[in-house]
Design a protein around this ligand. Structure first.
Ligand code: SF4
Length: 329
């Protein structure tokens, strides 16, 4: 195998079964990156605690996300896939990094303000320190690159600032400033056609759903709002179904829909049925692999345990250098 270009790290929240937005925005890219990079992927259960108060489903949701990642094509024999809390060194590094991170900067971050708006009754310390824990995740594994969409670039810049502060404070170069692997992350709208696809808004389509469930969700999708009647000509460029057709439908059919929609030659019901067929076809192999993995939970837990062991080895190496740099007695 040709040598890889460097180490990529990314964390994904344990939100249970992934939806189309998770898949197109992160998971698909995770799979592709394996061809060129040494990849370390983490299901960030500790991060989830900042907003999840009832942890009853946390284990199940973490397991479901692991199933989705593996079924989508994460190759555990080469990629390190693990659960964040199984590498406790991350919380130790988080503590050290928090000493060099000004509180004002954290509370000024737009993401913190958003979280406060979303969780006004649970503004906990963890929410403030979230970017520091993220910096710990990234630096613990001596990450070269973090895959990011344009809107996430400031988070990585913030990690780089924390790394510089740490290295300056302790006169060391032990932590590496991560680079960014700019990635085109499509904004996937939910079936409401307005908001980003999200479980909390219940506007999502799960990639592991059955073909029938998928079809039902697709038939509920909002299309071009100007197209009220079957005879009205439509505008594919403002239609969310069309946006997804462009990803899952052969180009020749996309071109046909583009033309036919504009002259009311195809109705939205038929257009959605075609999309449902194509989406179900695209995820058929994924669903078969997922079902096989779900039938062998012990094997999935063994994969995650092996990933955690390999991640702990990397983490401990970093932490030994960090502890030396901090000159702990
Ligand atoms: Fe959208 Fe298709 Fe309806 Fe056109 S025909 S508005 S592309 S769902």
């Amino acid at each position: 195998m040709p040598s890889k270009k460097g180490r990529v790290f990314s964390g994904i929240r344990p939100t249970g079964r992934a939806h189309l937005g998770n898949y197109l925005g992160a998971i698909k890219n995770y799979v592709a990156l394996q061809d060129e990079y040494e990849c370390v992927y983490c299901i960030v259960d500790i991060h989830a605690l900042t907003t999840v108060e009832d942890t009853l489903d946390l284990r199940t949701n973490t397991f479901e996300m692991a199933l989705d990642l593996l079924a989508a094509g994460i190759r555990p024999e080469e990629t390190i896939l693990f659960i964040q809390s199984h590498v406790p060194q991350v919380t130790e590094l988080h503590t050290f990094l928090s000493m060099v991170t000004p509180l004002g900067k954290l509370t000024d971050l737009p993401t913190f303000k958003d979280k406060v708006r979303q969780n006004p009754n649970n503004v906990n310390y963890g929410l403030v320190g979230y970017p520091v824990l993220m910096a710990a995740d990234i630096t613990l594994y001596r990450t070269d690159l973090v895959p990011v969409g344009i809107d996430q670039a400031p988070h990585i810049e913030f990690t780089r600032e924390i790394v510089r502060s740490f290295n300056y404070r302790y006169n060391t170069d032990v932590l590496i400033e991560p680079g960014m692997k700019n990635t085109e992350i499509p904004k996937v709208l939910g079936i409401d056609g307005k908001e980003k696809m999200s479980k909390s808004l219940n506007n999502h389509i799960e990639i592991a759903a059955t073909p029938e469930e998928t079809r039902k969700r697709i038939m509920q999708m909002v299309t071009d709002p100007q197209r009220i009647k079957r005879d009205d000509p439509g505008n594919p460029e403002v239609c969310n179904v069309f946006a997804l057709h462009k990803i899952f439908t052969p180009q020749v059919d996309v071109d046909m829909i583009d033309v036919e929609c504009r002259r009311a030659g195809i109705g939205c019901v038929d257009c959605k049925k075609r999309f449902a067929e194509n989406l179900n076809q695209a995820f058929e192999p994924f669903r078969a692999r997922r079902a096989a993995l779900a039938a062998q939970p012990a094997q999935v837990h063994a994969i995650l345990a092996d990933g955690a062991e390999r991640a702990r080895a990397l983490a401990e190496e970093t932490m030994q250098a960090v502890r030396r740099a901090v000159q702990l007695p």
